[in-house]
Ligand binder design. Structure first.
Ligand SMILES: Nc1ncnc2c1ncn2[C@@H]1O[C@H](COP(=O)(O)OP(=O)(O)OP(=O)(O)O)[C@@H](O)[C@H]1O
Length: 273
């Protein structure tokens, strides 16, 4: 099946009410004044998958993420999360949905005046009413879950390495035990070993917690190593969508140069020994 066919098949699945689809963006258009960034874009995310979302710089990956999260207004289109049309959801329904979504924004976006423990507790304070001791225990569990030492809990972001900041931000994204986590360029700024370790962690969490992962990334290693499916943003839409094999077989010029360019060929050979 080609990437384009995969796109069509997936869009069709939404209309058939496929149970496996946890999030569906349908015909989404986002514009800033005359600048139309996304034009009738459709994309589905399936339960338990790691979906890699790629596209040229400035193509609109972050805009789509923000539109999905309700942080950027759509001009038109529908977003369904766990089958709920977010435009028709009551305030309570929307809050319940938000609690099932965890987000790791680009650059970590930790609060610099808060410790790691306090950062991880921010969503708990926003959505839950728990005694401090319980929140401390829960936050420590998350901190350990992402592979940080316990003593990192009392540190401030400025005292952490880049890799530790990413892990702390991931711990905060996992604070409420979400079903879907959105990772915006999680391995950017990490050295290749740190990036590979982060990928492994994401993959392990998906396996153990049954998470669905939506990962915006420029990192070819991540796409090859952990993504089950890849969607390519181009020409304001999802241009091609499918497995890494579909990407390698695609004749779409941008996809071809991205996945079969000089750097990609080296990766391909490495991956295949
Ligand atoms: N709040 C805004 N107001 C006006 N234009 C915006 C706004 N947010 C994004 N844009 C525009 O939308 C386009 C897409 O930006 P976006 O940040 O989504 O790109 P991206 O694909 O995430 O890029 P990168 O890979 O470099 O992070 C850009 O032209 C940007 O200038």
């Amino acid at each position: 099946m080609t990437g384009q066919q995969a796109t069509q098949a997936t869009s069709g699945a939404v209309q058939r009410g496929d149970d496996d689809i946890v999030l569906s963006a349908h015909n989404v258009t986002v514009a800033f004044g005359d600048n139309v960034v996304l034009d009738n874009l459709s994309l589905d995310i399936r339960r338990g998958e790691i979906l890699g979302f790629v596209g040229a710089s400035g193509a609109g990956k972050s805009v789509l993420l923000r539109a999905i999260l309700g942080l950027t207004r759509r001009r038109s289109g529908t977003i369904r999360i766990f089958g709920v049309d977010v435009d028709k959801a009551s305030e309570l329904e929307r809050m319940r949905l938000d609690m099932r979504l965890g987000v790791l924004f680009q650059h970590g976006a930790l609060f610099s005046a808060l410790t790691v423990l306090e950062n991880v507790q921010v969503p708990m304070r926003e959505y839950l009413d728990l005694p401090k001791r319980l929140m401390d225990e829960l936050a420590l569990l998350k901190i350990e879950l992402v592979g940080l030492p316990r003593d990192a809990a009392q540190k401030f972001p400025s005292e952490l390495s880049g890799g530790m900041i990413k892990r702390a931000a991931l711990a905060r994204a996992l604070s409420l035990d979400p079903d879907i986590v959105f990772l915006d360029e999680p391995t950017s700024g990490l050295d290749p070993i740190g990036a590979a370790e982060f990928d492994e962690l994401v993959s392990k969490l998906r396996d153990t917690m049954g998470l669905t992962v939506y990962m915006v990334t420029h990192d070819l290693d991540s796409l090859f190593a952990v993504c089950d499916r890849i969607a390519v943003l181009g020409k304001k839409k999802v241009l091609v969508e499918g497995t890494i094999e579909d990407m390698l077989a695609s004749e779409e010029p941008w996809v071809k140069s991205y996945f079969r360019g000089k750097r990609a060929r080296q990766l391909d050979l490495t991956a295949r020994g």
